[in-house]
Design a protein around this ligand. Structure first.
Ligand code: ADP
Length: 174
């Protein structure tokens, strides 16, 4: 037996970590690294949410995630625009990973987890507590700082820092 968490015995445990990742931060990366240790396969999947207007395209977000997880052999990066539980079934995944930073996160996450459970009882949501170092960190905060050309090197990997610099250089109207 090993120390893995999740369902079943002896089966291949596939987890999905869904999110906007606009852009990925050290907080997300910490969850990815820790989750990758717990499951046979981890799919980090960018939600293509047509109602939000992101800074980075889905392709850019996927590319950045691939770059920063390339040293993790059991991590795959993908994107989806389907209902999460249906996407999970198509990937034969049983576990949803979500990160919790605060009570505010918890309320929203509980609602999401309960909804997904209602849609498919076979799918389990597992929450991972933030590394206290990153408990304040969000993609929005990073974008806010980068917009004003503030320092983000302690918040995001170098590839993301470079991508942010490119987005916010020069050509912004107003
Ligand atoms: P979403 O729009 O789906 O919430 P995010 O990219 O903002 O997408 O977050 C994806 C997941 O990562 C969520 O479960 C969120 O709570 C978690 N997360 C975001 N930032 C951190 C952090 N600093 N520490 C731990 N978990 C985090």
């Amino acid at each position: 037996m090993n120390a893995h968490i999740g369902r079943g015995e002896g089966d291949h445990r596939v987890a999905v970590y869904p999110g906007s990742f606009d852009p990925v931060t050290f907080g997300h990366l910490d969850i990815i690294r820790r989750a990758a240790k717990q499951f046979d396969h981890l799919i980090v999947s960018v939600l293509n949410n047509l109602t939000k207007s992101p800074l980075f395209s889905v392709e850019e977000r996927v590319e950045l995630l691939r770059e920063i997880t390339k040293d993790l052999p059991n991590v795959e990066v993908d994107s989806f625009r389907d209902l999460l539980v249906r996407y999970m079934r198509s990937k034969q995944a049983q576990i949803i990973i979500r990160g919790i930073r605060s009570v505010t996160d918890f309320e929203y996450e509980l609602q999401m987890a309960s909804t997904n459970r209602q849609l498919d009882e076979g799918i389990e949501t597992i929450f991972m507590m933030t590394n206290p170092k990153y408990s304040y960190l969000s993609s929005s905060i990073v974008k806010e700082i980068a917009k004003f050309h503030g320092p983000v090197q302690d918040l995001v990997p170098p590839a993301v820092e470079a991508a942010l610099r490119k987005k916010y250089t020069g050509d912004r109207p107003g």
